[in-house]
Design a protein around this ligand. Structure first.
Ligand SMILES: CC(C)(COP(=O)(O)OP(=O)(O)OC[C@H]1O[C@@H](n2cnc3c(N)ncnc32)[C@H](O)[C@@H]1OP(=O)(O)O)[C@@H](O)C(=O)NCCC(=O)NCCS
Length: 238
């Protein structure tokens, strides 16, 4: 997150606006509320959401405008994207980048009940949920989302815009490509890589490198469909 201390050492309260709403947005809001309750100088200021009009609320948190309205908010406000969508993440990534929000305005939100090794790196715009563990040497890029209980092994890598569902595990040195999605309870064997924008279904076991833009399921995970920039094309029957 942006600086929480002024030069004189005083703590500065930072307001965070979440891009999104129901689902991932409220999960991120819950983490920020927990951080505030545990004494960290952060607060949720609202949502930016294209579907709910200004003046409305999501989970009791006000909607301040559409995504493009970020530039009308105070320059002190930080932003967190909660716009993950399996199979459509390439479109979402383009949308997030297209907003033109400067690097220093992205928050990095780490739930106070997660364990992040001191030698791990978490990029800006990323979200680390409760009970996540991130082991030494792990590197998370920008806009990564790790849901409750995800395990990132030592020296593992999560590319920009990648996602790990609840209780998913990346074993040591395993890798998530840009925008890829590892479903809840899925696991990736040590050193194996999931290609960019690929989707791995719930509870799957990834034992080999998986090429980009595919949908994979099962144990061992096998390819069941392709993802095209326009959507999903089925290449094999389920
Ligand atoms: C992999 C996935 C993207 C495929 O989506 P889809 O194309 O809409 O397909 P469906 O989910 O309808 O599943 C198609 C079939 O595969 C089966 N299936 C789904 N996931 C499966 C899995 N992990 N292993 C085995 N079979 C699976 C379904 O039961 C269904 O079978 P049917 O055709 O006999 O009814 C989706 O199942 C998925 O896992 N989405 C991500 C969920 C997720 O991570 N949510 C985050 C929660 S925090």
């Amino acid at each position: 997150m942006g600086p929480l201390h002024r030069r004189d050492g005083k703590r500065v309260m930072r307001s965070v606006v979440i891009l999104g709403g129901h689902g991932d947005g409220l999960v991120a809001a819950a983490a920020l509320l927990e951080a505030e309750r545990s004494g960290r100088p952060v607060r949720v200021a609202g949502f930016l959401n294209d579907a709910t009009p200004v003046g409305g609320a999501i989970g009791g948190i006000p909607v301040l405008g559409r995504l493009e309205d970020w530039s009308t908010l105070s320059s002190d406000v930080l932003f967190l994207p909660a716009l993950h969508k399996a199979k459509l993440m390439h479109e979402r990534a383009r949308r997030i980048c297209g907003l033109g929000i400067p690097e220093e305005r992205w928050a990095t939100v780490v739930h106070p009940m997660s364990v992040v090794s001191e030698s791990a790196r978490v990029g800006s715009g990323s979200f680390v949920g409760p009970f996540v563990t991130i082991q030494p040497g792990a590197q998370l890029g920008r806009f990564v989302s790790l849901r409750a209980g995800a395990n990132v092994g030592h020296d593992a890598r999560c590319g920009d815009f990648s996602y790990m569902g609840p209780n998913a595990t990346l074993c040591g040195r395993a890798e998530l490509g840009e925008g890829s999605h590892l479903g809840p309870n899925a696991v990736v064997l040590d050193g194996k890589r999931i290609g960019n924008y690929a989707v791995v279904g719930i509870g799957s076991a990834v034992t080999k490198n998986l090429p980009e833009f595919g949908v994979y399921m099962g144990n061992p995970a096998r390819r069941v469909a392709a993802i095209s920039p326009g959507g999903l094309d089925v290449v094999a029957p389920f």
